[in-house]
Design a protein around this ligand. Structure first.
Ligand code: TQI
Ligand code: CA
Ligand code: ZN
Ligand code: ZN
Length: 480
């Protein structure tokens, strides 16, 4: 078996699906006494929660009991379960799930001496811009990259336009006076200094790179989010799913969530955000859905499914009748599509076939209504090149029987009749869909119009006129 990092849901999802047949038979064979549960849990916790577990040998039974509770709580926090410290049903379900043999320990690293900021409000200033993006785009990418971190810890970032800020941000070429000259296109993209006085926190981007909002070049949000991790005190992580892992992997700015390992790392330095509001959730209220009507957020995916429109964001989806904007209710994705869990990238339906397709990372699932049809498949079945690792949005256009897949600032066209990707793609989205700006987060076709969701905006695009006919707030679609 390939060794996988055990942090994060993507991996778990993979493990669960892959071995689900083995699970059920194992579970059926195991006697379900609580004593048995205790020993199973103990073995599991000792194996995967080794950091505290190693030095228990020879200690008093009472102490050992205590540390079990601690480890159970850690596990419950890790798997987003209710933190009871007890071996309740949902906890035992996780423990009994087969998995790869890698502990759930963190892989983040701090710098030697663990430098960190000694105040909670930090100033930043963008002192020099690049010519490859507009200043407004740079401002937005920087703001979103800082916000990715401030959402996890009690830090706030305040922008200033003059004087010395804690985090001075600039695009620089070649030698720029800090004895770390840039090297022209590719190679080093950027660097940041660990927290401290003077150069501390300062973040420089190589102006020789092609910086972009999309995937055509280096994505500024992605690189800035990584650099700000350094500027806040994180070194590189050995967890390949971490933002601080030292390889470039495009991250979608909208709907971005700091990976678990980075959250653990930054919280090790600054503690969690709002530590006193962390009330345990009762078993019958669903976990908090922050700002359901947040007018700045977009959707991860939108699709028709039968007679309903489905809107996905994070762990939630909304169902509505096309012509009835009332009675829209959010529910968790897990409750209807357990395999998808959260953060669906894209979805579309081919109504005449009665099938829908849901995309998440390099996998997709087929459904008939709410019924999943078999295990996940790979998106490379559609003929995507290997560098496409996820899809931002997908929409089926019945008139042409083509499905359009949006990836970064480009899109692909898939011929559903021939079952083949069309030649001469990808094409640039903004060039082909005049009036639609920014990266597409989600798209859906209704009565000859394609609705494109991009950040807080929803564009209504007339397919025949080839132009945008109106723009509304994305959130107005779910009754906000
Ligand atoms: N720049 C390196 C980086 O930020 C510079 C660097 C190496 C560094 N080791 C460091 C900075 C330790 C602070 C502390 O990682 S880079 C990525 C990657 C780079 C690399 O240009 O190579 C990103 C910049 F590898 F993750 F993709 C941004 Cl996202
Ligand atoms: Ca360079
Ligand atoms: Zn520099
Ligand atoms: Zn780095």
């Amino acid at each position: 078996m390939k060794v996988l990092p055990a942090s994060g849901f993507a991996v778990l999802l993979f493990a669960t699906l892959k071995f689900s047949t083995a699970t059920s038979s194992l579970l059926a064979a195991a006697p379900r006494t609580s004593r048995n549960n205790y020993h199973l849990a103990q073995a599991y916790l000792d194996k995967y929660y080794t950091k505290e577990g190693g030095h228990q040998v020879g200690e008093l039974v009472a102490r050992r009991g205590n540390s079990m509770v601690k480890k159970i709580k850690e596990l419950q926090t890790f798997f987003n379960l209710q933190v009871t410290g007890k071996l309740d049903k949902s906890t035992m379900d996780v423990i009994k799930r087969p998995r790869c043999g890698v502990p759930d320990v963190a892989n983040y690293r701090l710098f030697p001496g663990e430098p960190k900021w000694k105040k909670n409000t930090l100033t930043y200033r963008i002192a020099k811009y690049t010519s490859s993006m507009t200043p407004a785009e740079v401002d937005k990418a920087v703001e979103m990259a800082l916000q990715a971190w401030s959402s996890a810890v009690p830090l706030s970032f305040v922008r200033v336009n003059s004087g010395e800020a804690d985090i001075m941000i600039s695009f620089e070429t070649g030698d720029h006076g800090d004895s770390y000259p840039f090297d022209g296109p590719r190679g080093t993209l950027a660097h940041a200094f660990a927290p401290g006085e003077g150069l501390g926190g300062d973040t420089h981007f190589d102006n020789a790179e092609k910086w972009t909002m999309g995937t055509n070049g280096f994505n500024l949000f992605t690189v800035a989010a990584h650099e700000f991790g350094h500027a806040l005190g994180l070194a590189h992580s050995s967890d390949p799913s971490a933002l601080m892992y030292p390889t470039y992997k495009y991250q979608r700015p909208y709907g971005f969530h700091l990976p678990k390992d980075d959250v653990k790392g930054i919280q090790a330095l600054y503690g969690p955000r709002k530590p006193f509001l962390g009330k345990p959730t009762s078993p019958h209220t669903p976990p908090h859905h922050p700002d359901l009507c947040d007018s700045t957020s977009s959707f991860d995916a939108v699709t028709m499914l039968g007679k309903e429109l489905l809107f996905f964001r994070d762990r939630i989806f909304w169902r509505r009748q096309v012509h009835l904007p009332s009675g829209i209710r959010p529910s968790t994705i897990t409750s209807s599509f357990p395999q998808l869990m959260s953060n669906v990238d894209a979805a579309y339906e081919v109504a005449e076939r009665g099938t829908a397709y849901f995309f998440k990372g390099p996998h997709y699932w087929i459904t008939r209504g709410f019924q999943m049809q078999g295990p996940p498949r790979t998106i490379y079945d559609f003929g995507f090149p290997r560098y496409v690792q996820r899809i931002d949005a997908a929409v089926y256009v019945p008139d042409t029987q083509k499905t359009l897949f949006f990836v970064g600032d480009e899109y692909y066209s898939y011929d559903e009749r021939k079952g083949k990707m069309e030649k001469d793609y990808p094409k640039n989205t903004e060039e082909e869909f005049s009036g639609v700006n920014g990266q597409i987060d989600a798209a859906v076709e209704l009565n000859g119009y394609i609705y494109f969701f991009s950040g807080p905006k929803a564009y209504k695009y007339d397919v025949e006129k080839e132009d945008v006919v109106s723009v509304v707030k994305s959130s107005s679609w779910i009754g906000c």
